[in-house]
Design a protein around this ligand. Sequence first.
Ligand code: TRP
Length: 441
Amino acid sequence: MKREGFNSKAGAIAAAAGSAVGLGNIWRFPYVTGENGGAAFLLLYIFFMILIALPVLMAEFSIGRMTGKPVTDAFKTLSPKGYWYGIGLSGVICAFVIMSFYNVVAGWTMYYIYLSITGTLQGLNPDEVSQTFTNTMSDPILSIYWMIIMLSITGYVVARGVSKGIERYSKILMPILLILIILVCIRSLTLDTENKGITFLLSPDFSKITMKSVLEALGQAFFSLSLGMGTMTTYGSYISKTQNLPKSAVSVAMIDFFIAFLAGLMIFPCAFACGVNPGSGPGLVFETLPNIFNQMPMGYIVSVVFFLLLSVAAVTSSISMLEVLVDFLLSKFNIKRPRATAIAVTLTILLGIGCASYSPMLDFFDNLSANVLLPLGGFFIILFVPLRVGAEKMREEMEAHGGKFKLFPAFYFLAKWVAPWAILFIFISKMLTWIGIDLFA
Ligand code: TRP
């Protein structure tokens, strides 16, 4: 059977950006930035995006397109001997872990559509808004219910194949999301009369940087760009040979960064204006946004549409993770796509029930994936480039569209000498802090 592929260049970028742009940008980025002190963290994040995440994205795209295979087979094809196919396997495990907590949070965004439609959030004061979120989070039945709905939608789309539908939807819905974010940003910025939010996001205080924030900035870069577990390798295998890969990778990274940055501009000013602590953790978005909606013209409708689009953004990301699992099951067992999807969704629900019922498990999975599994995955993927692919083949793939990739030497230098060792260094230093040795102290 011929492997499916994306139809157009714009479609491929929309799909990859659809995977990248999700809760990572609007839910995770603000709360992680908030917990790590704001602007200095943002700079670290940009630094890692360019020097580490972007080369890993290019590597994932290239490895996928070079082999045109599901993720486990892709690494095996390029390196039949040795344990490199383990990258794919760990990606599969990682996909389960991320899906299980991701869909709990995605379920909350869906529940907030419902709350917006019924007008429940209208007229609440900031304390009541925070209380509403606390109640949501501590009600396992509610969280499980919405998580199952979310996963069913994701499963439905994946079961039918990554259809033109999702590509087309991403192309229409993402721009609408962007416009809404900008609108909400404007309202939020005008609430912040003392510019505390802007200062928090834009004027760095380097004394706030710790080993923990270095690792978290790296983890966030991986999480936000969907790296380190084969999502982008799988999507790379759907990209046409005539497409300029390096350029597409840069576009995806820029879109992804831009939306995260806007989310920061939308949330921090409001957090300060409403008295919500920016370091208050995973509830940040849910505790700030309803307050802005309550204070803007047509807030009711903006709130409904906003949470709707956020859910859509979450679904397109969730799909990309489920696709890795399904593609794997299909390649290993003799079953049909709908059944493979049903199995993957059922297992995810079981794990998700844990995250929905016990929030420390959600936090733990969130941390484990972004700060341990994805950077390790990224380390092996980028190391794979000089060790198993080589400069010549890599260049050939990156220039397969018939153009020149002028920055190739820079890319290869980063891939060989910078990215893997930086990841390893950050990772080991972090491990050392666990046993009480802090290199940065
Ligand atoms: N990048 C997505 C977001 O920001 C989440 C996501 C999709 C993801 N696929 C992934 C994260 C693979 C890590 C790995 O919401």
